[in-house]
Design a protein around this ligand. Structure first.
Ligand SMILES: *Cc1c(COP(=O)(O)O)cnc(C)c1O
Length: 399
């Protein structure tokens, strides 16, 4: 569905921003509406996905990963995209839009650095000047991605306010945009933020599900019984789900980061552990105190460690079309190792959350059924962090 003219999916979404940003957002909204109505824009976008990103991404039956008595697990291989995840589907779209709107500069926020890398990548390809806002603490923790962004010609701007992490970087990027709207386009990395971003980013990510639905019918002659994706802000999930929302027979699952468990307080499961509030310009589920202070979240996966969730997910939760569940750090790690050892693919720890849920859900099925999982990214980026996390767990268990 399209959000209403104010950017609402049901009661979620909208545009809760200072007056100075309203015009900038309207500019993006009109720019995107014009581009979206122009077949030549989508022609450029599809050509870039084919030649630069390497789409379409294949489906792979994960025979050894799944329980043989249950349903077959099929992976949508977003990990094979250039730069190793789904994020580039979106940055390509927004980059082409920036060029079309005559903007010479793009900015973005990044936490773990994945969206920063995807933005720096298309900035280089399209000849745009790129500034990436990143919390000072994240810059320290994610040194390799900082180096990659710089190698691609981007400027990485440290943010030293607040907790010096993603939410502070996002605030700072918004603040910068306020003063530089004429020549600067803000590339947001997920289906979050003020209207039109949740809708626009979805339109750039829906290629995942559009491809997968066609591929399922061509390859297997049937739709999956279950559709599963991990949810941080929610872009890879909504990208997969959109093509299937009208297929009443398909059960759809959004998997949030449970962290150390919903009861532990150390979690990033915005729907299950959060409440309705406003974050970064839209109304959705937010991890917050009763007074509306944003809480610090926890997940082993940096890409899921965000205190909000896109407003369309809040709506799909409210209507009951999608079921949201949390998977803990420990459960995700089991699936991470299982996929590596059984299929020869190291998944992103984000994707491992979806894989852990898929393993359990598929167990209850039968071998003539298919469970389709979005493998949102590859896990090379996570090797060191997983190793140190596991060493810490082991030390804790021994003491
Ligand atoms: C960023 C990221 C995510 C989470 O972002 P969404 O917008 O929820 O998709 C998931 N998987 C990978 C591999 C990522 O890099």
């Amino acid at each position: 569905m399209k959000p209403d003219q104010y950017g609402y999916f049901g009661e979620f979404g909208g545009r809760f921003v200072p007056e100075v940003l309203v015009e900038a957002l309207q500019q993006v909204e009109h720019g995107f509406a014009q581009a979206a109505a122009d077949e030549s824009f989508w022609g450029e976008y599809r050509a870039a996905l084919r030649d630069f990103v390497g789409r379409p991404s294949p489906l792979l039956v994960a025979e050894r990963f799944a329980d043989p008595a249950g349903a077959r697990i099929v992976l949508k291989r977003e990990d094979l995209n250039h730069t190793g995840a789904h994020k580039i589907n979106n940055t390509i779209g927004q980059g082409l839009l920036a060029v079309r709107m005559g903007k010479k500069k793009i900015i973005a926020e990044t936490g773990a650095g994945q969206h920063g890398v995807a933005t720096a990548t298309i900035g280089a390809r399209l000849g745009l000047d790129v500034t990436i806002f990143m919390g000072a603490r994240d810059i320290e923790r994610q040194a390799p991605n900082v180096r990659i962004m710089e190698l691609l010609g981007a400027r990485v701007q440290p943010v030293t306010s607040g907790t010096q992490t993603l939410k502070d970087a996002t605030n700072e990027a918004f603040r910068y945009w306020t003063g530089h709207v004429e020549d600067t386009f803000y590339v947001i990395g997920s289906v979050v933020g003020a209207h039109p971003y949740p809708y626009m980013v979805r339109e750039f990510q829906r290629v995942i599900g559009d491809e997968a639905r066609t591929q399922m019918l061509e390859r297997f002659g049937t739709l999956p019984v279950d559709l599963i994706a991990c949810v941080g802000g929610g872009s890879n999930a909504i990208g997969l789900f959109t093509a299937f929302l009208d297929d009443a027979s398909v059960r759809i699952w959004g998997i949030e980061a449970g962290g150390e468990g919903l009861e532990s307080g150390k979690t990033a499961a915005s729907i299950e552990a959060g409440s309705v509030g406003i974050l970064h310009g839209s109304r959705s589920y937010v991890m917050q105190t009763p007074q509306g202070q944003i809480l610090e979240t926890h997940s082993i996966s940096a890409g899921l460690d965000y205190p909000g969730i896109g407003p369309e997910h809040a709506y799909l939760h409210a209507t009951g079309r999608v079921t949201y569940r949390a998977i803990t750090d420990a459960q995700a790690l089991v699936a991470y190792h299982r996929l590596a050892e059984s299929e020869g693919i190291i998944p992103a720890v984000e994707s491992a959350h979806a894989l852990a849920a898929a393993y359990e859900i598929a167990k209850n099925g039968t071998p003539d059924q298919y469970v389709l999982v979005n493998l949102s990214g590859r896990g090379d980026k996570d090797i060191a962090q997983v190793a140190s996390y596991e060493a810490e767990l082991l030390a804790r268990a021994e003491s």
